[in-house]
Design a protein around this ligand. Structure first.
Ligand SMILES: [Zn+2]
Ligand SMILES: [Zn+2]
Length: 338
């Protein structure tokens, strides 16, 4: 470690830590961590607030506790381990949900590291970006296009990336329904319309603001999830964690169409008549992301203009940002700025 790195690693960092369900995140101060040989230490510039973070604080999914959430991290490299050659000090990088994979299991060998048997998830099994600083495995970080500033880049790292993986699962579908028009959908709507797709957006019934926002983002039609779009869908992506949307989406897709469930958690799917699945319709989930998804996604948004809509909050207001997300009153994506 050279002198500059030693200076940076000295001192303390701040983080919003989650310790138990029902208790709000609390600001903690702790010694600055030192990167291991494969890691970078980042000064966090911005960190997106994802619905998965709500599932974590609500106990819907269980990881390591206590934990610093945040897996849409944009940071600047302030220190790095001796084996890190991809990035230099001062580089701006993005840290996604998949913090690392084992590299040994069947899935890792089959280029399905998103399904790794021993995965590390940022802000879930290792500390994430609701902090002034965080560590990341350099091999799983992404370079971020210089044209996108920190706060607008943050939502791309999960809402964008996992949304993109879900979009990829729609195959050659041209008419796509998006159920739940939040952070992911507003990115994918722009990307998909840029690629020539026609998008129908489904929001909570009566959410006029959400429907107006969807039309502004290029959707051909927007309405309540209890409605059918005026055109038949080739595929649908469900971003909202509501199981009752599955039969509704199945009813909206054509024969041979696919319904993709994009969230990490969903309420139970109610029983439905077999007729809705008949005609070779498919239901599938999307789990996590691969580095290849990330490379492909950042290449795509290098050619198609995608403007994320963000609302920023200072780091110490992480609880307020989560509550606003829960209430459905964030237009686009919430981003914390340390
Ligand atoms: Zn693995
Ligand atoms: Zn996420």
């Amino acid at each position: 470690m050279n002198l500059i790195e030693r200076k940076v690693s000295a001192g303390t960092m701040k983080a919003m830590e989650f310790s138990s369900v029902g208790t709000p995140l609390a600001m903690v101060e702790r010694p600055m961590p030192s990167p291991r040989s494969n890691e970078v230490l980042l000064e966090v510039l911005a960190c997106g607030v994802c619905r998965t973070d709500l599932h974590i604080v609500d106990g819907d999914i269980e990881g390591t506790l206590p934990i610093v959430p945040g897996h849409e991290v944009v940071g600047r490299v302030v220190s790095k381990g001796e084996h890190v050659t991809r990035f230099e000090l001062g580089d701006r990088v993005g840290v996604p949900w998949l913090g690392s994979s084992c590299g040994r299991c069947t899935y890792c060998h089959k280029r399905q590291e998103n399904l790794c048997d021993e995965p590390v998830f940022t802000g879930f099994t290792v500390n994430g970006g609701y902090a002034s600083h965080c560590l990341a495995d350099a091999a799983f970080c992404f370079s971020i296009p210089a044209s996108i500033d920190d706060v607008h880049a943050a939502p791309l790292l999960c809402a964008g990336l996992i949304g993109y993986r879900a979009f990829s699962m729609c195959g050659d579908a041209l008419r796509i329904g998006l159920y739940g028009f939040g952070a992911s959908a507003h990115i994918i709507a722009q990307l998909a319309t840029g690629l020539g797709c026609t998008i129908a957006a489904f929001t909570r019934p009566g959410d006029d603001t959400g429907q107006a926002f969807a039309r502004e983002m290029g959707c051909a039609w927007a309405g309540g999830s209890d409605m059918l779009s005026p055109f038949e869908l080739d595929a649908a992506i469900i971003f909202a964690p509501a199981g009752e949307l599955v039969p509704q989406a199945l009813a909206a897709v054509r024969k041979g169409g696919t319904v993709v469930c994009a969230g990490i958690h969903m309420s139970d799917i109610p029983t439905f008549p077999y007729e809705l699945l008949w005609g070779e319709r498919q239901i599938r989930s999307v789990a996590n992301l691969t580095r290849a998804d990330g490379e492909s996604f950042f290449t795509a948004i290098g050619t198609i203009q995608v403007h994320t809509r963000v609302e920023t909050f200072p780091l110490h207001q992480a609880n307020e940002a989560l509550e606003r997300l829960r209430a459905g009153t964030i237009t686009g994506a919430a981003v914390l700025v340390p």
